[in-house]
Ligand binder design. Structure first.
Ligand SMILES: *[C@@H]1O[C@H](CO)[C@@H](O)[C@H](O)[C@H]1NC(C)=O
Ligand SMILES: *[C@@H]1O[C@H](CO)[C@@H](O)[C@H](O)[C@H]1NC(C)=O
Length: 518
């Protein structure tokens, strides 16, 4: 979810970390057991590579899960991208292997035998906890799998474990650093261990970047898929609101929450999207949005020539300057692929639509969070906390009892102080809708754009209107920290965005595995 505050970078326990790194260095440099029979390499393998290896009997799901569990044991003490592993992962792998032997290849689901890591705010009805990183929810029992998890299981995926996150999807306290939660501590950016991993889906990004899982799921309310994908050289898709079910996800606000894939390649992310998109009667928004899903799904849009004829909006002289070498070669690649870059000369006029004295998004979200969270907590079968009020009381008690560092909970307190959707909130909602209409929607239509080029900090443009976006690795800064280029479009434009993102990725191939440097 929620807010991706990318700016705070905080190194806790620096001495401890240094010792830890010294201790880990020899292990990190030693070659891990990633080759199976016939020298198939699991590291960096795509979903398609893995499925081909299954088919050719070069790999089993058990070997694959054993590899990832080994990498989690080796890397996670440093990176803290994983909060829990599924105690049943090897059992599920054996089941997948048996099923593959027994069934015809064409009859298996699209992610059959593929291990996936799920952000720890998405419920799984198994031995794992669903806590949003908070100690307050440990031991709670969910009524059922989240809608997207039910679809993943149907597609044959193996739920490998839960990914860490900024606690409460960064809705605990704006002073809490990105990637931190009380349950697993501070997640680390594998490209520069001193850098911000960004959040709130930090663990999902960290873990796929470092090959601790094949693919992963994150959630976004405003920037929480796009920003960590940006900072960890991962492809992230934030789907149109309601294209993927939010049922069983610890919410911020149903008006903005969306669940999406975070993977090493566009194709992997699209395979995951195909598995999770669609109708779920436990989330009414999916009834509206599922009409956007094309017959035959999204795979058909993975076209190498997908940039041809696409009109891409470029907000000139705002974030991107034509003099900026970092972006120049990216723009060339887009043009060489056949895209038309449409310069928006009045970028500041566009952004001024979104500026206001009041923080309308904050006002709406704060009230909506209380309603949505209380309803989630009430639905649990067993839970130590049943309301936002209980969560706040737990945090107060816990920080007194324990000696570990805890951050404040101002956002939770602000939310508790709200009282439903009143006059102030209604006014905020009207203004948010107007911003999207007069801003993004108008810009796209007036300029006949297929997509607008965006950076991670522009996530609010997509978030407030429930629009989709795909971010693709686009480069590394002078400190080795990755950045991405995001393509944003109108509702239901995933087919077009996938064509653009895939062709851009194939033309540039910028992602490389992380180096674990400081
Ligand atoms: C879930 O949390 C409980 C503590 O309440 C812990 O004992 C258990 O190991 C956790 N489950 C997993 C799969 O880690
Ligand atoms: C990592 O980032 C820090 C600042 O956060 C910087 O001082 C350091 O040089 C960077 N490391 C590399 C390898 O670029």
């Amino acid at each position: 979810m929620a807010t991706a505050t990318g700016e705070t970078s905080l190194i806790r326990f620096p001495l401890f970390l240094t010792l830890m790194t010294l201790f880990l260095q020899p292990c990190l440099s030693s070659v891990s057991q990633s080759k199976t029979s016939h020298e198939f390499s699991i590291k960096e393998a795509t979903v398609q590579d893995l499925q081909l290896a299954f088919e050719r009997n070069q790999l089993t799901s058990r070997q694959l899960v054993e590899f990832y569990l080994g990498e989690i044991r080796r890397l996670n003490p440093l990176l803290k991208g994983v909060i829990e592993v599924n105690p049943d992962a090897l059992f599920l792998a054996d089941e997948a292997d048996k099923e593959r032997k027994a069934k015809a290849p064409g009859s298996l689901g699209g992610l059959h035998g593929i291990p996936i890591l799920i952000k720890d705010n998405i419920a799984t009805k198994d031995k794992m906890n669903n806590t949003a990183g908070s100690l307050a929810l440990l031991g709670s029992v969910v009524p059922r799998d989240a809608g997207v998890v039910a679809k993943l299981r149907k597609a044959g995926a193996i739920i490998l474990g839960k990914a860490s996150l900024s606690e409460w999807a960064h809705f605990r306290d704006s002073g809490a650093p990105s990637g931190w939660c009380a349950r697993s501590g501070q997640g680390k950016n594998p490209y520069n261990l001193s850098a911000d991993p960004c959040g709130s889906s930090s663990g999902s990004a960290i873990s796929v970047a470092a090959n601790m899982a094949a693919v992963s799921l994150g959630t976004e309310t405003d920037g929480s898929i796009l920003c960590p994908s940006n900072s960890n050289a991962v492809v992230g898709i934030r789907p149109t609101l309601g294209l993927t079910s939010r049922a069983g996800v610890i919410p911020i606000t149903p008006r903005q929450d969306t669940v999406g894939p975070m993977c090493r390649t566009v194709a992997d992310a699209v395979y995951v999207l195909d598995a999770i998109a669609g109708l779920d009667y436990d989330d009414k928004e999916t009834i509206i949005a599922s009409k956007y899903i094309p017959r035959g799904g999204y795979k058909q849009f993975l076209k190498p020539n997908g940039l041809k004829g696409k009109r891409l909006g470029l907000l000139k002289n705002f974030y991107f300057s034509f003099d900026n070498g970092d972006f120049d070669h990216l723009f060339s690649a887009l043009r060489q692929g056949g895209a038309v870059l449409v310069e928006i000369s009045d970028a500041s006029k566009f952004f001024s639509v979104y500026s206001s004295k009041e923080n309308y998004e904050g006002i709406a979200m704060t009230a909506e969070f209380k309603l949505a969270l209380n309803s989630y907590l009430k639905d649990l079968v067993v839970s130590p906390v049943r309301s936002l009020k209980d969560v706040i009381a737990f945090n107060n008690k816990f920080s007194k009892l324990e000696k570990i560092k805890e951050y404040g909970q101002q956002l939770l307190l602000d939310a508790e102080a709200t009282n439903g959707i009143g006059k102030k909130e209604k006014e905020a909602l009207i203004n948010l809708a107007k911003m999207s209409r007069d801003g993004f929607e108008k810009l796209m239509k007036d300029n006949k754009l297929d997509a607008l080029l965006l950076l991670k900090s522009d996530s609010f443009i997509l978030a407030r209107g429930g629009y989709p976006g795909i971010i693709v690795p686009a480069g590394y800064d002078s400190e080795g920290v990755p950045f991405g280029l995001c393509f944003g479009g109108l509702k239901g434009s995933e087919p077009t965005l996938i064509e653009i993102a895939y062709a851009f990725e194939q033309a540039t191939k910028i992602r490389k595995p992380p180096s674990f440097k400081h």
